[in-house]
Design a protein around this ligand. Structure first.
Ligand code: ADP
Length: 314
């Protein structure tokens, strides 16, 4: 079948000693998309990434990179991928130039193009002034840039980065995120992260994995909408009983908070704000605040993953 997918994962499953570390995961990715792969520790992110990159055989399911089956044609499929694993594959006794030259060779950049590929990649990754430095003498942030440089030196269609900003300082994080967005504009990028704001800044698609299963798969906008939710926060100096509010059309739930405020949940297609204001005026409830009650992205994540923890935190 001809389509524009750069990555197609179909029913990916991986067993470890009879236990499913990744269970029936399916998704696809197109050119120009940056996918954020989120999940608590042990959820199955690294295992999924290793299967996507052909470093681990799935127990079941398949991976296609630009239509090429990873199991049937691993060499061709892998040539289209750049991968930065959690443990950076750096030879620290080499200089940046030496290492990137070897990386280009390993990625089968043709001999005549290696020098140019190294120069272009250094430029993109902000490494031009580090060419002759030994990798072991570089800061953590610069070593990470070298790690990303080896993943993109052959200009692959799919770039997969496991926790690319872990351990970096805020300026380095900003630079690496900008680089990821730049690469993602022309290619497909998958990053794993546990940093929720990073997903908002860098990604247009999100997958949340928990206990090996996908619990959310969609556009970042959809996740953000879940965050807005159908809730209002109301403060009144002379509040009515919860029952009086429940009589207002659309109101489905009323919660009295320790602060004295009331949290009102409402049905999907009805916004009862106006009716609440009118009732408040009519009945002298002393309304002095009514505003949307946003759920933080963290709460959405908790709701999707640790259901019990979310309930106690609410
Ligand atoms: P994440 O990257 O989300 O932290 P992993 O993919 O590393 O999660 O791990 C998913 C689950 O698989 C965990 O329960 C982990 O203990 C288990 N696991 C990972 N690698 C192995 C292995 N080589 N042998 C046995 N169990 C493993």
């Amino acid at each position: 079948m001809i389509n524009n997918f750069t990555v197609e994962a179909t029913e990916l499953t991986r067993l470890y000693g009879g236990r499913e570390a990744v269970s029936n995961v399916s998704f696809s990715l197109s050119k120009g998309q940056v996918l954020g792969f989120l999940g608590p520790n042990g959820a199955g992110k690294s295992t999924t990434m290793k299967m996507l990159t052909g470093n681990l055989a799935p127990s079941n399911g398949s991976v296609k990179i630009c239509g090429i089956d990873m199991m049937e044609n691993p060499k061709e499929a892998k040539a289209l991928i750049g991968y930065l694993p959690e443990m950076r594959p750096l030879y620290k006794e080499l200089t940046v130039d030496e290492y990137l030259t070897i990386a280009a060779r390993l990625h089968r950049v043709s001999a005549g193009n290696i020098k140019k590929a190294v120069e272009i990649t250094k430029e993109r990754c902000g490494l031009a002034h580090m060419s002759k430095r030994l990798i072991e003498n570089l800061s953590n942030g610069y070593q990470q840039r070298v790690g990303i440089a080896q993943a993109i030196i052959h200009n692959p269609m799919v770039v997969i980065l496991d926790e690319p900003t872990v351990g970096l300082d805020p300026i380095q994080i900003r630079d690496i995120r900008a680089l990821i967005r730049e690469v993602g504009a022309e290619r497909s990028v998958i990053i794993s992260t546990h940093i929720l704001p990073e997903v908002e800044v860098v990604c247009d698609h999100v997958q949340i994995i928990d206990k090996g299963k996908l619990v959310f798969n969609g556009a970042i906008d959809v996740l953000k909408k879940q965050r807005i939710g159908n809730k209002l926060l109301i403060s009144m100096s002379n509040p009515p009983s919860a029952d009086s509010l429940l009589k207002i059309a659309g109101v489905t739930e009323v919660e009295v908070l320790a602060t004295g405020q009331m949290r009102v949940r409402f049905a999907e297609d009805v916004t009862p704000a106006e009716a609440i204001v009118q009732a408040a005026v009519h009945n002298n409830w002393g309304l002095h605040q009514i505003s949307p009650d946003q759920t933080s992205l963290e709460e959405v994540f908790m709701q999707l993953t640790y259901q019990d923890a979310a309930l106690t935190a609410a």
